[in-house]
Ligand binder design. Structure first.
Ligand code: MSP
Length: 662
């Protein structure tokens, strides 16, 4: 009988919507995505949850400051998070918002259970509160600063419902003792244990001084304290309390991934709530460190923000994922710098994986008609490389199991380096065309391609987009993400398989130019978004200029121009589109890849005369469909005369395909 797949449920914190997403939020979500992909490749039925935390004083105030109603405000910012994860291609299964009705029911239900079990009472809280961290600060004098973020706290005196956290001191300590894997890494575990040993005070779990929250049923002047509301998201998302089958399937979560500053909420308060309600505890809470930028924790209030999109626009999403998980040891703090990012990109990706893939494919293309060659008996140096690759499999899986991404990538890249060295020593290109030499060349290239197949599969959880391209390049069937890592072995590469299309995976970038572009885009994106304006009254029908186009003669800043990426492209194929007289469907080589672009030039250019022509291409436009045909870029042309006849922009000197227009 076929056994059902085991489940794996991974979560990120749900992010506050008081500010837009930055690289710190992306860091956790990308790590969770890599875990989700890895577990999927280990045969699990994975559920990956993220979402937004939308209640509380901080959000209420941010909405007010922005002149928006709380609900409009949270809809907008939550949408930005959701869009960003989509843009980055993350395989999020569920996105939860704490303003959903089902979540209000779950919170009310959970705390009613806790109350029925005798762990809730009404009392008065008098003390300090940090709005930025949405955290009560006990034992402090009025006006004291928050020990977490250093901001001045606010004095709070109000009637609250309290949770008897003090009753859970011993049960929690016992639990930590019996489940040493529950809090990780070890340093965080020790920190939590000493905090609990220091004594736990009862926790206020409702507020009466704000409205923007989930009402306490039967006592509606109270709303739930934002953390009691937020933590419950992890069970709401899997059906609590209504969808019992689903809840029983996915709960308890296998891991809550969090930043270290919120470990206490996840490793003390949350398990205590669950114990009080008689529910199972998550299997693991893993707290990673902070991403520092210019030596401080990246945060909106400090103003040292880098967001993901400029990096992705310039270097691609996998470059960002690789950097975050390779450069920073998961669990510790780590610095982000644009310089280090680009250095790693050029050395590890352009010269490393990218170069190995394109060299291998090009040689197989030239000498074996684009088909994987057959290996003869392996020589000792071939076997040595085979052993390195084969042994890396178990090693990398063990490192991924412990979320040691940086070490796993280091192991994978040491195999890439060994393959590079092997090629340099074996020099397949210098062998003659004699039968013996051709056979030796086949063996060398089969060995190299097999190494490439193995490292590609192993790197997939971290670099899904580019490894999928290499997988196709190697002519491998099916989607790489659906492959089972447990069946990955040396020697599975079949000879005779035709290679796919060669694409430049990571074109080398010039450091200062790439840094400038990332910085310019970042500065542009940090400009405050225009306050929402009421929709204009309908106008009589006129041809409107695109909403964002400046009026004729109006000047734009250089950053506006640098947002447009233009490259030299070379037209490879051109054909008419049935039913669209004005459009031609082109494939254009832009250096790093081949793009399909539709151009409205069919009435003025013969398709066959365009082949080989070099043109200017706008390469960073969002893809769109024209007459049902996908167009991924735009060809630049002058618009001449009253009928706007297109005349393609070109170059008098010979220019390299892929060169940037500036
Ligand atoms: N809403 C709460 C979490 C509730 S979970 C039930 C919250 N939100 S937050 O928007 O402040 O997000 C905090 C989380 O974002 C961190 O725990 C971490 O996962 C991520 N990060 C935000 N900035 C970060 C860095 N500078 N570095 C690393 N991670 C960071 O707290």
């Amino acid at each position: 009988m076929a056994t059902a797949k085991p489940k794996y449920y991974v979560t990120t914190p749900i992010y506050y919507v008081n500010a837009r997403p930055h690289l710190g939020h992306t860091y956790t979500t990308v790590a969770a995505d890599a875990i989700a992909r890895y577990k999927q490749m280990r045969g699990f039925d994975v559920l990956f949850l993220t979402g937004t935390d939308e209640h509380g004083q901080k959000v209420e105030r941010s909405a007010k400051k922005n002149n928006e109603s709380p609900i409009d405000f949270v809809d907008r910012v939550s949408g930005e998070y959701r869009e960003l994860w989509k843009e980055l291609g993350l395989r999020v299964d569920r996105f939860i918002r704490t303003t959903e009705t089902r979540h209000a029911h779950a919170v009310q239900h959970l705390f009613r259970e806790i109350q029925n079990n005798g762990y809730v009472y009404k009392g008065h809280y008098e003390g300090n509160y940090c709005v930025s961290d949405e955290m009560y600060i006990d034992d402090s004098t009025p006006g004291a600063t928050c020990p977490e973020c250093g901001r001045v706290t606010e004095r709070v005196k109000e009637e609250n419902y309290f949770f008897q956290l003090s009753k859970f001191e011993k049960p929690l300590l016992n639990y930590y003792e019996q489940h040493p894997e529950f809090i990780q890494p070890e340093a965080r575990r020790n920190e939590v244990i000493s905090f609990v040993r220091g004594g736990l005070r009862d926790l206020s779990i409702s507020r009466t001084t704000l409205k923007w929250g989930i009402p306490w049923q039967g006592d509606e002047k109270h709303v739930f304290y934002v953390w009691s509301d937020a933590l419950t998201n992890y069970i709401t998302a899997v059906g609590y309390p209504i969808k019992k089958d689903e809840f029983n399937r996915y709960w308890p979560a296998d891991v809550h991934l969090v930043g270290k500053e919120i470990i206490r909420f996840h490793a003390v308060y949350w398990p205590a709530f669950l114990m009080a309600a008689g529910l199972d505890l998550p299997k693991k809470v893993f707290a990673h460190g902070h991403l520092l930028f210019q030596d401080e924790k990246m945060s909106k209030s400090i103003g040292n923000i880098q967001s993901a999109q400029p990096i992705v626009n310039v270097l691609g999403v996998d470059a960002l994922r690789y950097f975050l998980l390779r450069e920073i040891v998961f669990g510790g703090d780590g610095s982000f710098s644009r310089e280090a990012l680009i250095a790693r990109y050029n050395s590890d990706l352009a010269n490393g994986l990218g170069n190995l893939a394109s060299r291998t494919a090009a040689m197989i293309g030239q000498s074996f008609d684009g088909k994987i060659p057959k290996a003869a008996d392996l020589a000792p140096q071939d076997k040595e490389l085979a052993t390195i690759a084969e042994e890396s499999i178990a090693q990398v899986l063990a490192q991924y199991d412990k979320f040691e991404f940086s070490r796993a990538l280091e192991s994978i890249w040491s195999v890439i380096a060994a393959a590079d060295k092997y090629l340099t020593t074996e020099k397949p290109w210098s062998l003659s065309t004699s039968d013996t030499d051709q056979q030796r060349r086949g063996t060398i290239l089969w060995v190299t391609a097999e190494v490439l197949r193995i490292v590609t599969a192993l790197a997939h959880p971290v670099m899904p987009e580019s490894t999928s391209k290499v997988w196709k390049l190697l002519g491998q069937p099916g989607s790489l993400g659906a492959q089972e890592l447990d069946s990955l072995r040396w020697g599975q590469l079949l000879p005779g398989v035709a290679l796919g299309q060669l694409q430049a995976l990571f074109p080398r970038v010039e450091k200062s130019e790439a840094m400038e572009r990332i910085e310019a885009m970042e500065n542009q994106s940090q400009k405050p978004a225009a306050a929402p304006t009421p929709a204009p009254a309908p106008q009589p029908s006129v041809t409107a200029a695109p909403a964002s186009a400046p009026a004729a003669g109006e000047k734009i800043a250089i950053e506006d121009f640098t947002k447009v990426e233009m490259r030299v492209g070379q037209i490879q194929t051109a054909e008419r589109i049935v039913g669209a007289d004005k459009l031609l469907k082109l494939t254009v080589d832009i250096g790093s890849e081949i793009r399909q672009i539709c151009a409205g030039i069919a009435q003025f250019y013969e398709p066959e005369k365009l082949i080989g022509r070099k043109v200017a291409v706008v390469t960073n436009l969002a893809p769109r469909k024209l007459r049902g045909v996908e167009s991924n870029g735009m060809i630049v042309a002058a618009s001449v005369g009253p009928e706007g006849r297109p005349v393609l922009a070109g170059f008098l000197e010979d220019v390299e395909v892929g060169a940037r227009l500036k």
